[in-house]
Design a protein around this ligand. Structure first.
Ligand SMILES: Cc1cc2nc3c(=O)[nH]c(=O)nc-3n(C[C@H](O)[C@H](O)[C@H](O)COP(=O)(O)OP(=O)(O)OC[C@H]3O[C@@H](n4cnc5c(N)ncnc54)[C@H](O)[C@@H]3O)c2cc1C
Length: 355
């Protein structure tokens, strides 16, 4: 079998890369081992325009917000699903300091932040002492719907191979690669945190980061918003189901759900939520994060038949469509990739590993 591209991974990065390649009528095959703990299968899918204690705008957000809304809406229409929704964040301040910092940002006319007309209207649902603010617009990419729907389409069209690729089975030549009976002009790794152990890219400054979440049933909590108090409480597609998370652990001893996170989540729900709830599940996953919080996109500077779309960190839902589209335009029309995302910035490091 001969294809233009072999893609490794059908998380949100591989999904968007295959989507844009198909738009360009390129032939490809996606290999994915369907790891149930991959972050694209467990994340909440939020696209939040502000970050940190000072609620400053996130990297490139003014470009990304309209772009992702349009792309996910189009993808959803093509698949017959709702791929994206707007649900703003209601941020309950956990301390007077956080309240002060938020209000200061509103007074500075900071983008995306405001104070609700009636901050007391949520008292029947939550306990809160220091008021609340609103972040808008905030989008949710419905990963729990998008990833299986796209997978189903790939499988129906014969474009998916469900197995774990072992890099030892790859034969890399200058102008093509071979994997078992498949020959491709290029292979692109969209394999998430696993890429940090891949011999072509292991020298990149990956900084895998562990996140956890609880799935909670909360009958009666209105699903028109995301609620936040230190952690985010995000409505899921299943009736009454909510996602509470998450942790950001740079150092972790294993990839398993931890007793510490569960306790923290339960304590928060007990103090904050006035409605009855049931914890249904507890998950953990590893984000493919990078030291400088920028993705790795492009072709290997030495092995031109090998490429990467990775390092999406905490922002896969907004960065993956944007950089997948850039990568496809780079592959097809030789257009440049944003220098902050282009893996070429690591040419010296990657040239060291030319085995
Ligand atoms: C708890 C948590 C909450 C998060 N919340 C958000 C959020 O709200 N918003 C946001 O934008 N981001 C969020 N993220 C981050 C987001 O999930 C990631 O940035 C994104 O999912 C990365 O997608 P990816 O496709 O690059 O990698 P992955 O999701 O890791 O996908 C890689 C795919 O490759 C497959 N694979 C790997 N190796 C092989 C192999 N050798 N052979 C075959 N297949 C292979 C895996 O099975 C998987 O399907 C969160 C992450 C976590 C952990």
């Amino acid at each position: 079998m001969k294809v233009d591209y072999l893609l490794i991974g059908q998380g949100i990065s591989g999904t968007w890369l295959s989507y844009f390649l198909q738009k360009e009528n390129k032939s490809f095959l996606v290999i994915d081992d369907k790891n149930p703990n991959a972050p694209s299968r467990l994340a909440a899918g939020i696209i939040n325009p502000v970050t940190g204690r000072r609620h400053v705008s996130t990297w490139m957000i003014d470009t990304l917000l309209p772009y992702v809304w349009e792309q996910y809406t189009t993808l959803g229409n093509e698949l017959g699903i709702t791929a994206i929704s707007q649900r703003n964040v209601l941020d309950f301040f956990p301390s007077p300091q956080m309240r002060e910092s938020f209000i200061k940002r509103v007074e500075e006319k900071g983008e995306y932040v405001s104070v609700p007309d009636d901050p007391n209207m949520f008292r029947p649902l939550f306990n809160y002492e220091f008021g609340c603010g609103e972040i808008k617009p905030v989008y949710t990419a419905h990963l729990e719907t998008i990833i299986p729907a796209w997978r189903n389409k790939l499988a129906t069209e014969g474009l998916l191979l469900e197995e774990k690729l072992k890099t030892d089975d790859l034969v890399v030549a200058k102008d093509h690669i071979r994997y078992k009976e498949i020959e491709a002009k290029k292979i692109i790794f969209c394999d998430g945190a696993a890429c940090a152990a891949n011999s072509w890219f292991e020298l990149l400054p990956f900084a895998p980061n562990k996140g956890e979440a609880l799935f909670v049933s909360i009958p009666g909590l209105p699903k028109d918003r995301i609620y936040k108090k230190g952690m985010l409480l995000v409505p899921m597609v299943q009736p009454d189901q909510w996602w509470l998370g998450s942790a950001y652990e740079w150092e972790f001893k294993d990839e398993l759900p931890s007793a510490e996170f569960r306790k923290k989540g339960e304590q928060l729900l007990q103090q904050w939520l006035k409605l009855p709830y049931t914890i249904q599940d507890h998950i953990a996953s590893i984000r493919p994060a990078t030291l400088e919080r920028r993705p790795f996109v492009g072709l290997h500077p030495v092995h031109h038949s090998i490429g990467i779309l990775n390092g999406m960190g905490t922002k896969g839902c907004s960065l993956a469509p944007f950089f997948a589209a850039q990568l496809v335009r780079h592959l097809v029309y030789s257009e440049p990739i944003d220098p902050e995302g282009d893996v070429k910035r690591f040419t010296r490091i990657l040239s060291r590993n030319i085995s």
